[in-house]
Design a protein around this ligand. Sequence first.
Ligand code: KG4
Ligand code: ZN
Length: 339
Amino acid sequence: MLLLGIETSCDDTATAVVRDGKRALSNVSTNQDRFHAKFGGIVPEIASRQHVALLSAAVDDALERAEVRLSDVDGIAVTVGPGLIGSLVVGVASAKALAFASGKPLYGVNHLHGHIFAAFLEQELEPEYPFLALLVSGGHSQLVDVAGPLEMHVLARTRDDAAGEAFDKTARLLGLPFPGGPEIDALARSGDPAAIPFPRHRAERGSLDMSFSGLKTAVRYFLETEPGRAADKADVAASFQAAVVDILIDRVERATRDASYRLAVLSGGVAANSALQAAFSAWGRRAGVRTAIPHLHFCTDNAAMIAAAADRQGERLRVDPLHASADPNLPFEPASSSR
Ligand code: KG4
Ligand code: ZN
């Protein structure tokens, strides 16, 4: 199946053409970071306006780069949620119009499911159910049991900040630009991860939930009370990053202790983090679990992952081009995920 994907849930205007949920014939993403950077975070109104300005050309671009026409694709896949409502509406309205005008089927995709299926784009690996997914992005941090393409159960989530949010907020404390994840990742390379023993949130009895807000507060406290040592930002960045990685890998270890997963996937924007990738792969080797990490350009928001999810989840995602709507609070667990 050849699908055109459209993703506008946050601040990336993204389009792609994907074959069989696996081969990205094109993957176009116009990053809006320069418009949001001076505000230190994403401004929803700016994001929606940029999508309006950029999306139509981005659709043409994806088709052109894939060397196909709209009439060649078998359907259109669009992110319907969760995300910023103004941003989602731009993508959904465009996808509805394209589907209606071309008579092609329209598939409404959950953004977070897209992140999970990104792990199989341009890889030899196929999903082997059930698998475990550690989904860490700017808005979400959760461990998921993926029992089937449309059967997913959240095993653990963050009680406060998402992992990406913790990176962005800590970067801000360090005076680094937004988005902070890649900045901390780069700075941490020249720092000592053991320099400062920042706290690791421990799992409570009977729960795998995680928390990152205490860590962020510890960094702030450290910067305020130890200005001398805080001058070495690389050490602070590396020590903070090491704490995030430890918390996440601890939950992965616990979640798999009594389970027989043969595959674990790391996904979402924070999956681009080099220290997390190294620790996740090392854990997989120790535990005898195969690990999959999306290629870098499929880690952060992109439209290839949306087309990939639609392909793998199939006809159940089919929506009426006249009546499809965006849902900023779309629940993660598909309605069919009954235990
Ligand atoms: O998945 P994503 O592109 O957007 C959401 O759906 O949230 O994730 C964006 C998040 C941001 O918080 C960004 O700082 C973080 O992913 N991120 C990283 C890295 N690259 C992006 N965090 C840590 N290390 C990175 N290399
Ligand atoms: Zn995302």
